[in-house]
Design a protein around this ligand. Structure first.
Ligand SMILES: O=C(O)c1cc(=O)[nH]c(=O)n1[C@@H]1O[C@H](COP(=O)(O)O)[C@@H](O)[C@H]1O
Length: 278
């Protein structure tokens, strides 16, 4: 299979093997803008994103811009995000746009227009399955047809996630149902070792998967694991939670806090790569 025929998961997996398994979150928090000497404006978040890409494109397996920090600057902030997405594309680094959308099927078509095509188009987006994984299937088909992917929230990194995601308990949890659905999409739409549909499972979840009777090793796709760094998870937590599964660790503040110097940002990414064994 040549590069043009590979699905999103296969392409990302190759990049992770090559560069190490770390996604750099582009999260221009107000506090980070301040420490970088940038204004808390649309121009500030644009500059923050462009500089992050310029500093880290050679070692990042993916960039994960957090839409919230751009949207808080309204229309001008969204225009800034368009520029950052274009800069990521020019750098050749795959993008996971973190928008965490999830709605009825007909509305999901609108979100797919917004984030899988047009100026904000990403290689993959984050998706919430709270309206039922079935409501996301048309979006999944569309992503696969465009060579793109989805990351569906399953066991999130925040402590409050357990209140809903663990409901049902061992062998029958909400999270387990999400994982079964996304596995089935991979098998049906892109059979093979690594499918285009991933799962978000926080590196902070400790023994939760085991306690819920979920075997994370059997998933035919890539895990996106936020929670590394600022939320307290380390590389050994990643190994403990995921074993030998294919996992893309994601960190934002712990890398971005090394800026604004390119050297500081690179050191932050290198430390994260070292800790997760990249
Ligand atoms: O989908 C995500 O990326 C995500 C899922 C999750 O379970 N937990 C989580 O923290 N995230 C996102 O990952 C980033 C974490 O940022 P840091 O804590 O600074 O590394 C934020 O943009 C969160 O919105």
């Amino acid at each position: 299979m040549d590069g043009g025929e590979m699905n999103f998961g296969e392409r990302l997996a190759l990049r992770m093997d090559d560069l190490g398994p770390v996604a750099v979150g582009i999260d221009p928090h107000a506090g980070l803008l301040d420490s970088w000497g940038l204004p808390d404006t649309a121009a500030g978040v644009r500059e923050f994103g462009l500089r992050t890409v310029d500093a880290l494109w050679e070692r990042a397996a993916a960039f994960k811009p957090q839409s919230a920090f751009f949207e808080r600057h309204a229309a001008a902030g969204v225009a800034a995000l368009e520029d950052v997405m274009e800069h990521c594309r020019q750098s050749g680094v795959p993008t996971i746009l973190d928008v965490k959308r999830g709605d009825i099927g007909s509305t999901m078509d609108g979100y797919a227009d917004a984030y899988l095509s047009g100026p904000l188009r990403a290689d993959a987006i984050t998706i919430s399955p709270y309206l039922g994984p079935g409501s996301l299937e048309a979006t999944a088909r569309r992503a696969a047809a465009g060579g793109q992917g989805l990351f569906v929230l399953a066991l999130t990194s925040n402590p409050e996630g357990a209140q809903l995601q663990h409901v049902g308990g061992k062998g029958a949890s909400v999270a387990g149902e999400v994982i079964r659905s996304v596995s089935a999409w991979n098998q049906a739409l892109a059979p093979g070792e690594v499918g285009p549909f991933g799962l978000v499972v926080g590196a902070t979840i400790g023994g939760a998967a085991r306690e819920l009777g979920i075997d994370l090793g059997g998933f035919p796709g890539i895990y996106l694991a936020p929670g590394v760094g600022a939320q307290g998870a380390s590389g050994s937590d990643v190994r403990e939670v995921f074993g030998n599964a294919r996992v893309l660790a994601s960190a934002s503040r712990s890398i971005l806090g090394g800026g604004p110097s390119e050297e500081g940002l690179r050191q932050g990414l290198a430390r994260t790569l070292d800790s997760v064994g990249g």
